[in-house]
Design a binder for this molecule. Sequence first.
Ligand SMILES: CC(C)(COP(=O)(O)OP(=O)(O)OC[C@H]1O[C@@H](n2cnc3c(N)ncnc32)[C@H](O)[C@@H]1OP(=O)(O)O)[C@@H](O)C(=O)NCCC(=O)NCCS
Length: 184
Amino acid sequence: MNIKGKTVILRPATPDDRRAVFEWAALSDVTSAMMGPPTFPDNPAPSWEEFCEDHKAHFFDGSAPELGRCYIILVEGEPVGQVYYNDIEEREGVRRTEMDLWMRAQRYTGRGYGSDALLTLCEHLAQTMNVRQFMVQPSARNPRAIHAYEKIGFVRLPLSTAEASALWGPNDYADSVYMVKTIE
Ligand SMILES: CC(C)(COP(=O)(O)OP(=O)(O)OC[C@H]1O[C@@H](n2cnc3c(N)ncnc32)[C@H](O)[C@@H]1OP(=O)(O)O)[C@@H](O)C(=O)NCCC(=O)NCCS
């Protein structure tokens, strides 16, 4: 079932979308904003095999909604990016998950689509799956992502990376900025 945001529509991804989602991440003009040289020599872009290992089939076939699901972000019917949530876990009675997103190309950034998509998926998960806390972890070298997430109520955890990873799980970047949004 599609999910309606302010401007975007989220369409559950299918196995046919998996290759495109990989190419948007690893082989597009937004790749260098989150991985690979010159800014992220410490986080090289994954190969297709590595991507599939990290983004397993259930993200694309809906077979395990508690373990994560990917959505294609549509604007006027056109795919402009992807957003996903990871496994849902319960900690001290609160259901929570980690999320990640990227646009398919630079020309689709800065138009409000990413923040709309992320907020829309958070609200959907709160309403339908009782998820109450949402975490993203951009690199400190990605100020655009940090700003986009702050706009929709994500707050930086005032913790060291070691403390934040003990609370929320391993960091993707050496300088990951753990940001959390709560929906009561
Ligand atoms: C990060 C990303 C998903 C955000 O989605 P988006 O649709 O571009 O986000 P929005 O348009 O809602 O917001 C971007 C904001 O950052 C601002 N911005 C742009 N460049 C910036 C910079 N260098 N520093 C700070 N803010 C910046 C924009 O002005 C905009 O803010 P505004 O609405 O107050 O003007 C998208 O930019 C993207 O795919 N980037 C490349 C991949 C990536 O970094 N993914 C995130 C991995 S954690």
